[in-house]
Design a protein around this ligand. Sequence first.
Ligand SMILES: *[C@@H]1O[C@H](CO)[C@@H](O)[C@H](O)[C@H]1NC(C)=O
Ligand SMILES: *[C@@H]1O[C@H](CO)[C@@H](O)[C@H](O)[C@H]1NC(C)=O
Ligand SMILES: *[C@@H]1O[C@H](CO)[C@@H](O)[C@H](O)[C@H]1NC(C)=O
Ligand SMILES: *[C@@H]1O[C@H](CO)[C@@H](O)[C@H](O)[C@H]1NC(C)=O
Length: 469
Amino acid sequence: MLTPPRHSWFIYLLFSIAVQRCIAQHSFKLPMNRVQRGKVNAFGNAFSSLAPVSQVKEFAYTVNITIGAETLEHIVDTGSSDLASDDLLILPLPPHFHCHYSLVPSHDPFKLNYLSGSVSGDINFETVTIGSYEVSHQVFALANKTENLGLSTTGNSGIMGLCFAPSASIPPTTGNTLMDNLFSSLPEDKRYFAIKLGRDSVHDSSSSLTFGEVDADYARSIDDFAFTPVSKDGATDYNFWKIPLRSLTVDAATLDLSPSLVPGAKSPIAVLDTGTTLVLGPTIDVDAFWGMAGPSGSARKNPISGLWEVHCNRSIAAGFVLGDKGAEKEYFVHPRDLSWIDGGQANGWCLGGIQANDGVNSGDWLLGDTFLRNVYTIHHGATSTEPPKIGLLNLTDPSKADSEFRAERGIESSSPLPNALPVHNRLMQAASDSITSYIASSICGFMGGAVLTTLFRARALVMAKGRRV
Ligand SMILES: *[C@@H]1O[C@H](CO)[C@@H](O)[C@H](O)[C@H]1NC(C)=O
Ligand SMILES: *[C@@H]1O[C@H](CO)[C@@H](O)[C@H](O)[C@H]1NC(C)=O
Ligand SMILES: *[C@@H]1O[C@H](CO)[C@@H](O)[C@H](O)[C@H]1NC(C)=O
Ligand SMILES: *[C@@H]1O[C@H](CO)[C@@H](O)[C@H](O)[C@H]1NC(C)=O
């Protein structure tokens, strides 16, 4: 008489019939908002007590997803893989109601750790509607406790992870990720989503998220993009949206980067992550960057916070060179993203849009929103003939961006700050200040969205964190 408990039996039955159902087999565009994250978050608190630069405003990009009967705003996070929702007004129902209400609690606990905090609760299944797609039995994490994510204070009530299944906390045996469910219903040539992050206003029509199509406001077709296969370096399978970062540039001078710490990688590996606010990279390279970008004292490492700050009137012409050797391309970054006025300013100093963090273990660099606002990005899933790939289209014209920046900050074009100078002794320079860089790492560590560790793959990863070899 080995009858499974009523509950498990119900879940097994659902598994056997839980094939994703789509209302329509076509592409769609989702309205995306740029909203300020909750004021009470770990970064804000830690930062304001340590640094003279205060009033950090962190923004997140959100879309509406309907889970069961409720529509909630979810942060779009290409640096994690789970769907996690908070504040669902769905009460636990007695088992006999489950035929009418599709929410199926598994009573499996979970905990997701993001760079910026954590979420814990139960794993559940529910009908999820996103754009014109309905997924009938989507697994998701129903949070009953969030720490430091600042979700509910802003009204956005969840995180929509759009990264590969191996980075998910919810095991694949329990259910497919939302991304895999959406990809599997799109024809191979449309198996992608495209993201453009807006810069300007809080409720912003210049942000865009589309599935299976490109937004005609930013590209004519998929052929406009430069594609790079996703890197598998350091992992047995595709885990993050990562591609080679070959160098940075400042005023057309190249800054060569230190060798990758990702096993097997021939070049530093950059992870694209919409859930992280800033660009984070190895201390040695980030210090060298600001050495070049902030001549004549126009950039400084704040002695208390260890964070790089730059004169709010310094227009930096910098670029990221991304892609495989021989097919690399430079993507310019708007000076507003490097002299980050939303990050707060004090006495004419703005927080730098690139900061040091040696604790990133998904790659060498995390390219967060301060980079991603400058490109239109396609995240293409694997097809029967091709591995997953990332397509980038440059959106920032450096000379136009420079004039916009000067107009906005009230800088007279006749009195520019001096040009950047290449720094040659950067190895010595970077070794000098391990204590402040440690502080910077711990502060920047609160800022992001990439999953660092998970309960389900607990020990090995937790141990590996910070001990990357
Ligand atoms: C989500 O829906 C609410 C209510 O209709 C609306 O106010 C909000 O702007 C929507 N957010 C997005 C990102 O579409
Ligand atoms: C949250 O969920 C966990 C896992 O099911 C449970 O142990 C805990 O009691 C719940 N906490 C609250 C406040 O409901
Ligand atoms: C930039 O700001 C600094 C300090 O606020 C000031 O001394 C300098 O004159 C400014 N430079 C320009 C070009 O506006
Ligand atoms: C993007 O790069 C191409 C060259 O590869 C250039 O012709 C084009 O003007 C750039 N777009 C912008 C917006 O700067």
